[in-house]
Design a protein around this ligand. Structure first.
Ligand code: MLC
Ligand code: AMP
Length: 493
């Protein structure tokens, strides 16, 4: 039996989830995920790693569907709730999902596509009747999840993790950060990425703790919940801490004091998914009394490096390798660098993903011959603590904690009438980490940028779209004719 289910049985009577003003126990989660697994199975014995995609709002239903798919033997494919149809279609086509589950509000967006493509559409609240069937035995080496990540190819790749990978990712964090059944956390992150799925939801439910959900990010609502006094663990990306600080600064002195008192009582506050600016860490310490625990991870590996729960949390550093995760720094020839030199982070361990879905060449390219995963991030070790120095590729942008491929955006932009060429880059930004901007070579300099943005948002998620455009006569290029992205960045100074 999957460990997360075994743990839930042990905690059956405890409160697992708080969402939309309701409490749900682990027993309810076990019962309803079993029912949902039976619904998925219909007259089959086992979904046998079929992909089940879902667009379900954060809350009890999300976890019920996630566990139900696992218990029926399927692979979960959580989709982004704000992606426009073409991005959703890409996920469904790439994974060849044959079942799609949606909260009622997403039925309309996927109804026609699923009908045309003979995909079974399950709308929560309108489920068919359930035939009681025995659930299959799920071995932990089965594939469990596909998450899409942007890379140095223009289209996102599906990252496949097995139950073994997920269990390794979860258990190392549970031990390192001392998760326990008295914990009560809140998920404010999107649930199609590892930060929300693994670090917040799975770690808390693995531990018998309570996981509360907010439908979407709102600084005001988060602080209102903090004031209630029952939460004690909080995890977010740097942009969220930045936004919370800005909101806190807008409050009256009395309210600020009240909030500081409430936050001081927390057990743990963690930050990651992008570099935590030292200024944000320092301000947060003043307003919350907490030294944020910064950690480093990636969709392909879960979390790999973390500042300590006990011991010094160093500003500007991501910490030390987590137990069970092997890390080394290498040069361009994949040879280990000497102690004071920066190098690319390579990772090995049970936490490391299986493969990119249906992309054996891409998978082979990202691993060394002896099985180390190449993260593409460059780090240096100082007094035992790792510090991120940059990334191997300028085409990968991290904005708001989302990983975004410049190439994917460029490919879409080039399809727009009147755009002759373009170069997308990320420029440093206090709030977003990096801000996506694009230099454009256009036929007619009177191009309507608002219309362009509207058009682009029908093709891709709004968080991927450029915030600034600059019209140029030509893009900066080197002697080989290749666009020099660092020079493009300078154009936005
Ligand atoms: C959104 N907006 C942006 C933006 N994203 N503007 C600039 N840059 C960005 N990146 C704009 C929107 O277009 C919109 O403008 C306005 O901001 C509000 O949009 P929103 O989507 O409603 O934003 P908000 O709700 O405020 O979201 C901000 C956020 C969100 C920080 C809460 O970006 C978020 O949830 N980020 C977390 C992503 C994450 O989980 N990453 C982890 C990946 S896993 P307009 O004009 O449309 O109104 C990983 C591994 C690891 O990285 O180590 O964890
Ligand atoms: P994703 O592919 O969305 O999972 O993003 C993973 C990437 O986020 C990593 O390769 C890093 O570039 C970045 N990242 C995650 N955590 C940190 C951190 N603490 N500091 C700097 N970069 C980080």
């Amino acid at each position: 039996m999957l460990s997360i289910i075994e743990n839930a049985i042990r905690n059956a009577d405890k409160r697992a989830i708080v969402a939309n003003g309701k409490n749900y126990t682990y027993q309810q989660l076990l019962d309803e995920s079993e029912n949902f697994a039976q619904l998925l199975l219909k007259d089959q014995n086992d979904l046998n790693e079929s992909r089940v995609a879902f667009m379900v709002n954060p809350g009890f239903d999300y976890v019920k569907v996630q566990w139900g798919i696992w218990r029926a033997g399927g692979i979960i494919v959580p989709m982004c709730l704000t992606h426009p149809l073409p991005s959703l279609e890409y996920v469904l086509e790439d994974t060849q999902a044959n079942i799609v589950v949606v909260s009622p509000e997403y039925e309309e967006i996927l109804f026609a596509y699923t009908k045309e493509n003979n995909i079974r559409l399950i709308v929560l609240g309108k489920e068919e009747t359930i035939q009681p069937v025995a659930l299959p035995q799920i071995e932990s080496n089965r594939k469990a999840m596909i998450l899409f990540t942007s890379g140095t190819t223009n289209k996102p790749k599906g990252v496949v993790t097995t139950h073994d990978n997920l269990e390794a990712q979860i258990s190392t964090l549970v031990d390192a950060w001392e998760w326990n059944s008295n914990d009560h956390t809140i998920c404010v992150l999107p649930l199609h990425h590892v930060h929300g799925i693994v670090n917040v939801v799975s770690c808390s439910l693995w531990s018998g703790a309570t996981c509360e959900f907010l439908p979407a990010f709102s600084a005001e609502e988060i602080f209102n919940l903090f004031l209630k006094g029952s939460l004690n663990v909080f995890m977010a990306v740097p942009t969220i801490y930045y936004k919370l600080i800005t909101y806190w600064e807008s409050l009256s002195e009395d309210k600020q004091k009240e909030l500081t008192t409430a936050m001081t009582a927390f057990r743990l506050m963690v930050c990651g998914s992008a570099a935590l600016p030292v200024s944000v860490m320092e301000k947060w310490k003043i307003i919350s009394g907490h030294t944020l625990l910064e950690r480093y991870g990636m969709t392909e590996i879960g979390m790999a490096i973390s500042n300590p729960y006990h011991g010094e949390r160093k500003a500007g550093y991501i910490g030390k390798p987590l137990p069970g995760v092997c890390v080394k720094l290498v040069n361009e020839n994949y040879e280990e660098v000497s102690a004071d030199e920066p190098g690319e982070i390579l990772v090995k361990g049970k936490n490391v993903f299986n493969e990119y879905w249906n992309k054996p060449e891409a998978t082979a390219k990202e691993f060394t011959a002896d099985g180390w995963f190449k993260t593409g991030d460059v780090a240096l070790v100082e007094e035992g603590y790792y510090r991120i120095m940059g990334r191997n590729s300028v085409d990968i942008i991290k904005s708001g904690g989302y990983k975004i491929s410049a190439l994917e955006i460029e490919e879409e932009l080039r399809k727009y009438n009147g755009i002759l060429d373009c170069a997308v880059v990320g420029i440093p930004n206090d709030e977003w980490g990096e801000l996506i901007v694009s230099a454009l070579v256009v036929e007619d300099k009177n191009i309507n940028v608002e219309e362009l943005n509207k058009w682009l948002r029908e093709k891709m998620a709004s968080y991927k779209t450029p915030r600034k455009y600059l019209l140029v006569d030509e893009l900066p290029r080197n002697a080989m004719g290749k666009v020099t992205k660092n020079d493009v960045k300078k154009l936005f100074n």
